[in-house]
Design a protein around this ligand. Sequence first.
Ligand SMILES: *Cc1c(COP(=O)(O)O)cnc(C)c1O
Length: 220
Amino acid sequence: MTEIADNLARIRARIAEAARRSGRAATAITLVAVSKTKPAAAVIAALEAGQLVFGENRVQEAAAKFPPLRAANPALRLHLIGGLQTNKAREAVRIADVIESLDRPRLADALAAAMEKESRRPTLLIEVNTGDEPQKSGIPRAEADTFVAACRDRFGAQLRGLMCVPPAGQDPAPHFAWLAACARAHGLAELSMGMSADFETAIAHGATLVRVGSAIFGAR
Ligand SMILES: *Cc1c(COP(=O)(O)O)cnc(C)c1O
């Protein structure tokens, strides 16, 4: 588990260096440590190394793993980053601080109803399927402007930004640039983009949240 602390230190140094190269403050970039499929012990090792922000892609796994960790570490912040089924909206609202995968009107309805019932308002990001890949979650590019504007009206400042996962095997840079331009056009401050393989490129394009899993916790 000291490996996790070493990996975190390396990733933090690389984030700082990427920020410096882009003339950005390293403090403007939040590392989301993606702990999906990894045991609570791995999260605890990261917590002990000072990491407080975590990402999970499945609500059930996150709900099983995180509530006890949060009880012991009140500063812990949980981001849900995976495609979200409407029937999981209530559990998602109950456990998440940030939901990064708002991607369709039905889910917006389900989240709004869940937030009403739970009296809890996680920060929201809209996921855009920038590569328009049929198997992937995210609002299609062509519908992004309309959906972002509608969510902005509905959720106000609770809607904070955009997220994307570019197609595997393609240069991610044009996807990051497109997402950054879309966020700018809508006055949204947060950009969640970049994973283990491409977070430095994402930082060069303005990422404020980078989601790094395997480079911290090892291969899945
Ligand atoms: C798994 C996952 C990540 C982390 O991927 P790594 O390549 O392991 O860093 C980031 N974002 C999303 C949406 C994921 O599902």
